[in-house]
Design a protein around this ligand. Structure first.
Ligand code: PMP
Length: 414
């Protein structure tokens, strides 16, 4: 590298030095944007670097379905390629897909959006979240979110030049957000509330009463609500999911984020969407069109099939998660690990505080002694300390074996 060679020469004491690959040739620390440098490394990444390369490990760590995408959906992607559909689409996404999304969202969330101007197809909920935050936040604006939470929330707020304000949630409330706790965190600088029910990493859901209390606060304090409902189909015990967007006075101040990754087992397709009043979608579109142009057409073709013919395979996967949740929570409680029954998603969040170890020490010990990987709860925020996140979207026999190994491990802790 030219620049590197010059620096190498300047740094040497009078003789011609060749660039030495072992030497830092440039001080990059001053070149990384401050808000990026300020973001800590993900605790999950650190943990999984330890797991990499070990094939004896049962992983309860990765937050994605163990199912391959249903075959009819994969086939739709293949057919789309066969037909030579390899172009860009409209920035907003294929109109046929947006129409289907509009219909699905109306049926499932009970909120109506105009496919022409109020639906934006994105590269996963990840992109939708990023551009929603960037579209709304001016430097110094506060974004409230409940924690423990998905690892990308705080960094996404910080990268959008916002101030991340975490509202702790507690085991006694099933890790749901209580309106009274939220009220205490609101200041005149609060602009956005970021919600995620069912919640990653706790599986928490909000009661209708709490959701109404949260909506009331959004209206009183003029907050825009970004609601990440990526796990909304995965609600168990026959309970119907309710979106905050459907509550009176909320549609106009809500950006509803949803996608195909979880319920349709389509993580690798990278497809999601945002629904919101058109001025908000238009603002998000400005970023999307320059940063992303459009979501991949092959994935959009797959998503069309998911919405047209994906209900049945989705239901089968959901039933399987339901069984696994019941099994795993029962096993943990039977062996003496206190674990609440989460209402949604595919995570359990057992309490390991009684063993007197930090989340990380417990998880490291479990990995070392029994080759089971679960994520330390504090990787999702400080109120996750003393807990573990276990993803039960793992084959049933693996889950049984993991439970047996966890039991052996705690037997050694005294
Ligand atoms: N939100 C939450 C709460 C998640 O758990 C995840 C993925 N683990 C995402 C968003 C990202 O989803 P996508 O694959 O649609 O980008």
């Amino acid at each position: 590298m030219e620049g590197g060679a010059q620096v190498g020469r300047r740094g040497s004491a009078g003789h011609e030095a060749l660039p030495n690959p072992d030497h830092e040739v440039m001080d990059y620390s001053q070149r990384i944007a401050r808000q990026v440098a300020a973001i800590p490394r993900s605790g999950i990444r650190d943990f999984f670097e330890l797991v990499l390369g070990r094939d004896d490990v049962i992983s309860l760590g990765v937050g994605e379905p163990d199912f391959a995408t249903p075959w009819n959906i994969r086939e739709a992607a293949i057919h789309s390629l066969e037909k030579g559909q390899t172009s860009y689409t409209s920035n907003l996404g294929l109109l046929s897909l947006r129409k289907l999304i509009g219909g699905y969202v109306h049926g499932f969330f009970d909120v109506e959006y105009d496919p022409a101007s109020e639906v934006l197809v994105t590269v996963g909920v990840s992109e939708a979240l990023d551009i929603a935050l960037r579209a709304l936040i001016n430097p110094g604006d506060e974004v409230l979110y409940h924690e423990p939470c998905y690892v990308s929330y705080m960094p996404s707020v910080v990268m959008a030049h916002g101030v991340a304000v975490a509202v702790a949630t507690h085991k006694r409330d099933g890790f749901s957000l209580k309106p009274e706790e939220l009220a205490k965190a609101i200041t005149p600088k609060s602009r956005v509330l970021l919600l995620n029910f069912p919640t990653n990493p706790t599986g928490a859901v909000a009661s209708n009463e709490d959701l109404a209390g949260i909506a009331k606060l959004c209206i009183e304090h003029d907050l825009i609500c970004i609601t990440d409902e990526i796990y909304s189909e995965l609600r168990y015990d026959g309970v119907k999911h309710v979106s905050i967007a459907s509550l009176p006075g909320m549609r106009e101040r809500t950006i509803l984020l949803h996608g195909f990754s979880k319920a349709f087992a389509m993580t690798g397709f990278r497809l999601g969407y945002a629904c919101a009043p058109s001025p908000l979608i238009e603002a998000m579109m400005k970023i999307h069109q320059y940063a992303m142009l459009c979501a991949p057409i092959t994935s959009q073709a797959a998503a069309i099939e998911a919405l047209e013919n994906g209900a049945e395979p989705m239901q089968r996967m959901k039933e399987s998660y339901h069984e696994r949740r019941d099994f795993f929570v029962r096993r943990l409680n039977e062996m003496g690990i206190d674990c609440h029954l989460p209402g949604g998603a595919f995570y359990v969040f057992p309490d390991v505080r009684k063993f007197g170890l930090s989340s990380k020490d417990f998880a490291m010990g479990l990995l070392e002694a029994q080759s089971v990987a679960a994520v330390p709860g504090d990787a999702f925020g400080p109120s996750g300390q003393g807990f573990l996140r276990c993803c039960y979207a793992t084959a049933f026999d693996q889950l049984q074996e993991a439970a047996d190994r966890i039991e052996k491990y705690i037997g050694t802790l005294g």
